[in-house]
Design a binder for this molecule. Structure first.
Ligand code: SF4
Length: 407
């Protein structure tokens, strides 16, 4: 069959992010003999004409749209991606083949989306690597599933094929870390705002190191200059992380890369990362106080945040730190501590290589925090654990200044 993989547009210009999920799907479809092409509408100024052109050019039997997120989770100003997705759905209303929708954003809101756009023939919730090829087999055999929503089990990462990094041109993603590599899926930590465990499972499923290295080598051959590990927490499980980093170091690849780390990462591991080509790391402590971290369900064992960031900077890594404001147990004094951390880290550890972001928690269905909301709360609309009072006033001012600066 001919399949067109479509990355849903954002409705505005944003830093391009390589569609990694569709690239995994592409590999599994090509392995079964299907002809696959891709179009990333998030890169297009006029997504609908671009889509229509691609449909005419490729004449697919199946159009598969990936919806990564439904909004940007920004507070106090939230940008919804659903209008742009809706435009694509309208453009595909009369599509004569089979319309399939999947992706993380779809998986979280599957029933609502299927109800709103009843001409979507199938929705795939969860990891579609195995389910998508089986669906095409059934369509080809003339016995398509009766149900519209297909709930996909977690993929066996041991047998997962390497993503097809050719289905979208890599040259469209030149930014540092715009291209993702996935070495593991799932997360055992269960932070209270996070949907990762629900979507990817509550344990790490690690891909064989040699397979991950193969991805990295492929990227280098295709001309990528950098990549980012999109894994939930790169420094866990410890033995696997160390084996993988040493293998990357020994491979001689010249690309710079980045990863998300926990605050329990050791000084030695930070040095090893740098020695093996890692250029930047991100932390997401989210809260600044021990109580705040505990109330958010953050993993235990984190070291003093300033020491971890200092160790990373001393190892030669650029560092990003992400906080939330308005989270449980943290009010205005905690916000001041976050600003103090931002000022001291940037001034003492390198203004241009240390970045601190302060957001607010967007509550998504399926996260433990969503259970505390009144039944029937519509989470398609942005619902935040938003700061209140003085904390909100200062945060709004800070966000407005940042927006002005980055305009
Ligand atoms: S926030 Fe990160 S560490 Fe916490 S559960 Fe989600 S992926 Fe895991």
């Amino acid at each position: 069959m001919k399949v067109l993989l479509i990355q849903s547009p954002m409705g505005r210009r944003e830093a391009p992010v390589f569609p990694l999920g569709p690239a995994f799907i592409s590999a599994h479809l090509k392995a079964r003999g299907h002809t696959v092409s891709g179009v990333d509408l998030s890169l297009q100024a006029n997504p609908v004409p671009a889509l229509l052109r691609k449909l005419k050019e490729t004449e697919p039997d199946v159009a598969a749209v990936s919806l990564r997120n439904i909004d940007d989770s920004g507070w106090p100003v939230t940008w919804s991606y659903m209008d742009a997705f809706g435009m694509v759905m309208e453009a595909l209303r009369e599509f004569p083949g089979t319309l399939v929708v999947g992706g993380t954003g779809f998986s979280i809101y599957a029933s609502v989306i299927l109800e709103r756009w009843p001409w979507i023939r199938f929705g795939i919730s969860g990891e579609g690597d195995a389910v998508f090829p089986s669906l095409l087999e059934r369509i080809e055999a003339g016995v398509p599933p009766a149900e519209r929503l297909l709930n996909s089990p977690l993929a066996d990462v041991e047998t997962l094929l390497n993503p097809d990094y050719t289905v979208f041109p890599l040259s469209d993603y030149p930014g540092r870390g715009s291209i993702g590599v996935q070495s593991r899926r799932g997360c055992p930590f269960g932070c209270r705002y996070c949907t990762y465990g629900r979507l990817g499972g509550r344990s790490f499923r690690t891909r064989p190191v040699e397979e991950v290295l193969e991805d990295v080598r492929t990227l280098e051959k295709l001309g990528a200059r950098s990549f980012m590990f999109v894994d939930s927490v790169f420094d866990h499980p410890r033995d696997y992380a160390e084996e993988l980093v040493r293998a990357i170091g020994a491979s001689g690849i010249g690309m710079e890369w980045g990863a998300w780390l926990s605050e329990s990462v050791s000084r030695d591991f930070l040095r090893l990362l740098r020695a093996c080509g890692c250029g930047w790391v991100d932390f997401s402590p989210d809260a600044v106080t021990r109580r705040g971290m505990r109330l958010l369900g953050k993993p235990p064992g984190g070291r003093c945040l300033f020491s971890v960031v200092r160790d990373a900077r001393r190892a030669g890594l650029a560092v990003g730190v992400n906080f939330f404001n308005g989270n449980p147990g943290e009010g205005f004094p905690a916000l001041m501590l976050k600003f103090a951390f931002m000022a001291s880290a940037r001034l003492l550890l390198g203004f241009r290589r240390t970045f601190v972001n302060i957001g607010a928690i967007r509550i998504y269905p399926g996260s433990p925090l969503a259970m505390d909301l009144p039944p029937g709360t519509d989470l398609m609309e942005p619902v935040f654990m938003a700061p209140r009072g003085l904390s909100a006033v200062v945060h709004r001012l800070f966000a407005a200044l940042r927006r002005r600066r980055h305009r």
